[in-house]
Design a binder for this molecule. Structure first.
Ligand SMILES: NC(=O)c1ccc[n+]([C@@H]2O[C@H](COP(=O)([O-])OP(=O)(O)OC[C@H]3O[C@@H](n4cnc5c(N)ncnc54)[C@H](OP(=O)(O)O)[C@@H]3O)[C@@H](O)[C@H]2O)c1
Length: 305
């Protein structure tokens, strides 16, 4: 039995569709933990077992992980909490149940940065790495999917790209770093969940095929969208004020700012690209298939997912 948490999210819904197709060939069943089962796609209804509730809730994970051989673990970052509450606090009930139910294998979504000089001061990334330690401490075999920033973050900028030809971030315009498509994260997770010959604890970097700076992204978007796109660098103070203006938790905002500062200092640079792990969608390909339709869509039709 493979259990998928957050099956309606960016990564989770892609993983769900991969596992629903592939699990029967492997003699596996799939169970999902979902707050609102109505949000599951029609195509998977009746093909998966459903446990209703939040995977941050002790009673829910007690039911959801009973008899589980493997679990896909994804924390929904809640900006109303501190980073520690949002990652380790959310994960603590599950980690207890992993141990109590003898769950064998867990694959979790985490971040690049472990082992770098910035890892301890990288805000949300530091919190994510602490979550990995908590899961690893439960005694399961664990693989942390060490992810850089997702291509999909740019979907949140589809409106400003359409209206003004502009996207924004806080890193230097010429700082190259890896990025990744969520489809590649889902495919890597599916591979690890279906072939559980691995043991112990480790990180699996999940990277797109090349490091890209914001200027590289602007050039490729310009080519693929057929319209000029340029990068505007925002200061960390501007980012902090905007997030605080939305009423988010002050420590969470500090964690986001610290993560952005660490990325600008090279948190993700020099990530290990060998041996190559799974599929690697190129940014140009992602722009053509995913960003372009979102940018060309009528504004009200754009779904940031
Ligand atoms: N974005 C990046 O660049 C980046 C980079 C590295 C790592 N990450 C990590 O990637 C993860 C985000 O992945 P994603 O983009 O796939 O997530 P997402 O699309 O935001 O999905 C969040 C999922 O969590 C569920 N959810 C929300 N609040 C919940 C709650 N209180 N209890 C239970 N379920 C809840 C949502 O389901 P419903 O709303 O349907 O219930 C949804 O399925 C985070 O852990 C983040 O730290 C992100």
């Amino acid at each position: 039995m493979i259990v998928i948490t957050a099956p309606t999210g960016n990564i989770g819904r892609r993983l769900l569709s991969l596992l629903v197709e592939a699990a029967p060939e492997h003699g596996e069943e799939v169970r999902v933990v979902v707050r609102d089962p109505a949000r599951l796609p029609e195509a998977v209804r009746g093909r998966v077992e459903v446990v209703t509730g939040s995977h941050g809730d002790a009673a829910t994970v007690e039911r959801a992980f009973a008899g589980a051989d493997a679990v896909f673990w994804l924390v929904p970052p809640d900006a109303s909490l501190t980073p520690d509450e949002a990652y380790s606090g959310f994960t603590r009930p599950a980690a207890r149940v992993f141990a109590a139910h003898g769950v064998g294998h867990v694959v979790g979504v985490s971040a690049l940065g472990r082992g770098t000089p910035h890892a301890g001061r990288a805000g949300l990334v530091t919190a994510s790495l602490a979550m990995d330690d908590l899961i690893a401490g439960s005694g399961v075999a664990y693989r942390a999917l060490a992810c850089p920033s997702f291509f999909e973050n740019l979907l949140e900028e589809a409106g400003s790209i359409r209206e003004d030809g502009v996207f924004t971030d806080t890193v230097a315009a010429d700082r190259p770093a890896p990025m990744v498509a969520v489809a590649d994260i889902a495919a890597t997770a599916a591979g690890l969940l279906l072939d559980r010959s691995w043991t112990g604890v480790g990180g699996v970097p999940v990277l797109g095929p090349q490091d890209l700076s914001p200027d590289d992204l602007a050039r490729i978007m310009t080519e693929e969208l057929g319209r000029p796109v340029r990068y505007v660098r925002e200061s960390l103070d501007e980012l902090r004020s905007t997030m605080l203006g939305h009423g988010l938790n002050e420590e969470f905002v500090a964690g986001m700012v610290a993560m952005k500062r660490a990325k600008d200092l090279g948190l993700d640079s020099g990530a290990d690209r060998s041996p190559r792990q799974g599929p690697a969608t190129a940014f140009a390909q992602w722009c053509a298939h995913t960003l372009k339709p979102a940018v060309l869509a009528a504004p009200e039709a754009v779904d940031a997912r």
